[in-house]
Write a protein that binds this ligand. Sequence first.
Ligand code: ADP
Length: 173
Amino acid sequence: MKIAIYPGSFDPVTLGHLNIIKRAALCFDKLIVCVLINSDKHGGLFTPEERADLIRRVVAKLPNVEVDSSDTLIAEYARQKRACTLVKGLRAVSDFEQEVQMAVINRKLNPRLETMFLASSDKYTYLSSTVVKEMARYGADLGEFVPREIVDDVDRKMRQAQEKENDLSLIHI
Ligand code: ADP
C-alpha cells in the first residue's frame, strides 16, 4: 500500500491546499494530511486540533484521505506511518529553495522517504493561509480563498481574535 503524507501548518486550510490534496490523493492508496504542531510559526489563528477538524470537514468525501496532527519530526512520523512519500506544493521559486533543502534533510533522516513536489495550480499560486487571514481581518469575502464549508468558521474565529485584541488594548489604556 502506497502511503503519502502532506504536512503543513494549514492555519487555515485553503483552496490551494485542497487542490494539492485532491491531486495527490489520486497518486497514492492513502494520503495523510498532517498538521505540524511544532512548526516555527507561533501563535496561529486556529489551534492544531481546530485546523485538523476543519480539514476533516473539507476532505470528508475523499475516501483515501486521513487527517492527523503531530509534533514528531516529519521523517520519523513518516516511518511510523510506513509512508514512502512526502507531498509538497510549490507556488513559486521562493518556495523552492527551502523545500529542496527540507527534502534533502528528510531523506538523510529517513532514506526511504521521497519528496514529491506538485506545482500549484495557476489559480492558486498567490494563495497562502497568511493571505486568507489578512483578507479575513478586513472582512473580505473568503469564498474564493477557502473551501466554502469553512468560510463561516474562519470569519467567526477572526472576529473572536479581533475582539480579544480590542479587550486587551482596553486593559492597557
Ligand atoms: P502556508 O501557511 O504558506 O499556506 P502551509 O505550511 O500551510 O503554508 O503549507 C503546506 C504545504 O502546502 C506546503 O508544501 C506549501 O508549499 C503548500 N501550499 C500552500 N499553499 C499552496 C497553494 N496555494 N498552492 C499549492 N501549494 C500550496
